[in-house]
Design a binder for this molecule. Sequence first.
Ligand code: ADP
Ligand code: ZN
Ligand code: ZN
Length: 668
Amino acid sequence: MASCILQIALDTPLDSVFDYRWSCEPGAEPLVGQLALVNFGRREAVGVIVAVKRDSDVPADKLKDALAVRGQLPPLSGKWLALARFAADYYHRPLGEVAMPGLPKNLRLASTVALDRALKKLARLPDAHDPAPVDMPVLNAAQQQAADAIGGALGFSPMLLYGVTGSGKTEVYLQACAQVLARDADAQILVLVPEINLTPQLEANIRARFPGVMLATLHSSLSEGERMLHWLAAHQGRARIVLGTRLAILSSLPHLKLIVIDEEHDPSYKQQEGLRYSARDLAVWRAHQLGIPIVLGSATPSLESWHHAQTGRYRRLELRERAVRDAVLPRVKLVDMERDKPKEGLTSALLNALRTRLERGEQSLLFLNRRGYAPVICCDACGWISNCTRCTAFMVLHRPERRLRCHHCSLEMRIPHACPTCGNIDLQPLGRGTQRVEEGLQALFPQARILRIDADSTRLKGSAQAAFDAVHRGDVDILVGTQMVAKGHDFKKLTLVGVLNPDTALFSQDYRASERLFAQLMQVAGRAGRAGLESEVLVQSRYCQHPLYGALMRHDYERFAGDLLEERHQAALPPYMYQALLRAEAPELAGAIAFLEAARDVLPSEAVVINDPIPMTMTRVHNVDRAQLLVESNSRPALQAFLGAWVDALRAMKTRVRWSLEVDPLDI
Ligand code: ADP
Ligand code: ZN
Ligand code: ZN
């Protein structure tokens, strides 16, 4: 029998494309984009065929045979492969490492049992589902204009939907989707959200609104079986709407006609390990590649997107008012903690406001972005503090669980009965986390129904949903929570938001900290008064004069963004500068720094600025020291060209230090 050569991308570090032989009659060769099972090293692995050739440079006696081709699955499209290749090139990772992890695990198994079962199940699944009652509000003029602009856009048209919190952006997306689906009987739409667990309403809304079409969700809390089914539904073009988190950007969507990115500023669109990609940036590339519209929505757009809107690269669509009749943005007031000394972390102004809400039967939300009881415990007698033995970090006191926990390496221990150095039994918690605020509230308002929502209280599957349901039902008077409660939710009876300890981010070394803080505060403030009840936001601060708070009081994102962009321009920071970060990890800091110094000098370049290595702010995590080196250029192509050559040079250094490169880093 004749044979051909399959070039297959496998999920391996470094070189990830390998030649295999495949016996087949001429004219019956496998197709590019099909999956194949091969022997790789001592394991079997599934990869994607990226080329079918006649000859290989590998000597015939070294060439292995591919074991199987997954003929039951339609091939991944050339466009999809081009997307994977772009991501691999742009982030300087091997192709197979980008292409393969994006596919469901069950598709990468040696056995096809799961695949065949999923295909059968999908074939039996109806496209339509039972219609649920929908209430479909009549769009206001601004919403209608935005929906028509999105729904009617043709070709590559990036749009920024800039709408204040509660302005009804969701409704705009839904109606734009309806237009696209109605116009094109095959059209698929990809809707990305930061965290699906926090927006179950959206899924329900889409389902109710489009009973005739199949909806597939793609996110990390699906079971492998579900994930496979949903991925296949998208890949076959059957799922007309795909709702997912960042990982869904790499899903296969043969008839993709519109991309929607909700809360586009959200940092969770950035993957922070392995392939450190930005789903938002890849989405814009994908829309460009396909020549389709993409809409990025936010009340506080990322400065990158805002900049694009200002310079005309993105079309700006605006919703200046809240959608619900009589709902206005809440009044934001600052409470000076120097004058109004807090008790249990709460100033008298905030206590009074809470009391008023309790009397009126309205809900309050206290936002504190720090979980646990206290960030650290200490001994007044000798000065001992609860440092983590493995990290440059404190062990956080978790009082209900009676434990100290490091939030970085997850080291845990019982709370010591006495100081480990001097034996003093009077150890004091320092500072305040959500658990401590909850405890303080229970003492101050024993009759109130208080609920805490944070990563600790919602560890069990379904518990976050149950907690949010309780708030929606009105079974909660005071909600205490971290950023988990700041996003997306539409709590109708919530009329007071208290912000407890925002100041620390004002003085962070990270130049993005203020952008992020502002977005977060605007988001959390946006939870109040969404149903037309008069509402207020109280921000407790020691720096009431800070311009960030001034902008927050005026709900003035535009001015704030303008000022920040000006600062970034002056300081030559993104979006006026393109950056990449080389990180190194070693048992001792000196080893990491020495590697980075060598890396700095290995490829001299005029086109980019290569900075000196520095230890990371949190230097040690889980017994390894970390350092980083920043490379910058005001030209993206120049930076990319340098990085390509640099990565080759770094690989050739064959160091034992673990290193990774991040393009467009968010945390510096
Ligand atoms: P955003 O995402 O912009 O913060 P939402 O999409 O959550 O806002 O909408 C806020 C609230 O306004 C929701 O309760 C929604 O049902 C309601 N809403 C949206 N559009 C309209 C409209 N045209 N008329 C009345 N209510 C609307
Ligand atoms: Zn002590
Ligand atoms: Zn630790």
